[in-house]
Design a protein around this ligand. Structure first.
Ligand code: NAD
Length: 293
């Protein structure tokens, strides 16, 4: 059976989703999707040959089984809930929500309804990350820093520990569950400048620091400084470029989940990681708001 799909939110991510749904990777689980329309708050022409439909129609049509939520972060939660309530599977761009408790609620709702709730994490598919993970395998961390820089975020992307969840996900995927020891936020609204600093301890009590810094003119980059017992890595390795795009890799993973091809153990590990990261993001927000006051 084909999985009728709708894309909600036609920004950068939503447009890429439509492109990928229209030309899925051959002989992959992504071929199971069939795009039936897109939903937008704006009234738009056909996009890539796909027609706009109303939210009501997307929620009620029997031939729509799957929703891709590609709107800005502040309204992911409401959209996920609406589609799950309507009995549709959901793929949501990260971060799925802007609080840990709402994410737990939504996972429970998905489980009750027997639906797949999938959070996209393309940052785990980048060649750099895959190479870094290989390079540090077997090494014992002593201390590390991940410093992200980029331009100012648009409105409605949430507190930086949530909008930057991809960096947190890297750290957790590389070093396991973390404990937040301190966090602070420096913000100069008039200059569109912000810098979030979070300190963690790993399970082996080793210190890790995450810095998320955004300002006009700051280039998008990740700086790493990882010290191991007998080596250090101070530059991201350049991984081997792959022919399959990042969002397509995510689409294939989501498709495999819908076909029951991903093991229960793998699903459980992923869910634990996602919820752990959102819990850390929540804690970082609490501590930062406290220190700011
Ligand atoms: P975006 O700013 O391009 O789009 C965000 C929302 O704004 C969409 O709902 C879109 O419909 C709406 N929008 C865009 N232009 C508009 C306009 N002129 N008027 C009114 N509304 C308009 O942001 P994005 O990069 O697509 O991000 C969407 C989601 O995807 C976010 O949750 C983000 O965290 C996630 N995400 C994006 C990327 C990426 O590479 N862009 C990667 C990973 C996750």
């Amino acid at each position: 059976m084909m999985l009728g799909s709708v894309v909600v939110g036609v920004g950068i991510a939503g447009s890429v989703r439509m492109r990928d749904l229209l030309a899925p990777l051959p002989s992959s689980a992504a071929e199971k999707f069939s795009i039936r329309g897109f939903v937008s708050r704006r009234t738009l022409e056909d996009q890539q040959g796909v027609k706009q439909i109303s939210m009501m129609e997307a929620l009620s049509r029997d031939d729509i089984h799957v929703a891709f939520i590609c709107t800005e972060n502040t309204n992911h939660e409401e959209h996920i809930r609406q589609f799950l309530e309507a009995g549709k599977h959901v793929c949501v761009e990260y971060p799925m929500t802007l609080s840990y408790t709402s994410a737990v609620d939504l996972w429970n709702l998905a489980q009750q309804k027997g639906l797949v709730l999938h959070e996209e994490h393309i940052e785990l598919f980048t060649p750099d990350f895959k190479q870094l993970k290989k390079d540090i395998a077997g090494k014992t961390l002593e201390e590390g820093t991940l410093h992200f820089t980029g331009g100012p975020l648009k409105a409605n992307f949430g507190f930086p520990s949530f909008s930057g969840i991809a960096r947190l996900t890297w750290l957790v995927d590389l070093f396991g569950e973390l404990t937040v020891t301190a966090a602070s936020l420096v913000e100069e609204k008039e200059n569109k400048y912000m810098k979030l600093t979070a300190h963690f301890l790993t399970g082996q009590q080793k210190p890790l620091t995450w810095i998320e810094e955004r300002a006009p003119g700051l280039g998008r980059a990740k700086h790493i400084d990882l010290r191991f017992q007998d080596a250090s890595i101070t530059e991201l390795p350049a991984g081997q470029r792959e022919p399959v795009g990042l969002f397509m890799q995510d689409l294939v993973l989501f498709g495999r989940k819908l076909q029951g091809e991903v093991s229960a153990a793998e699903l459980q590990d992923e869910r634990s990681r996602i919820l752990h990261c959102l819990q850390l993001a929540d804690r970082i927000q609490q501590l930062s708001e406290h220190t700011q006051a």
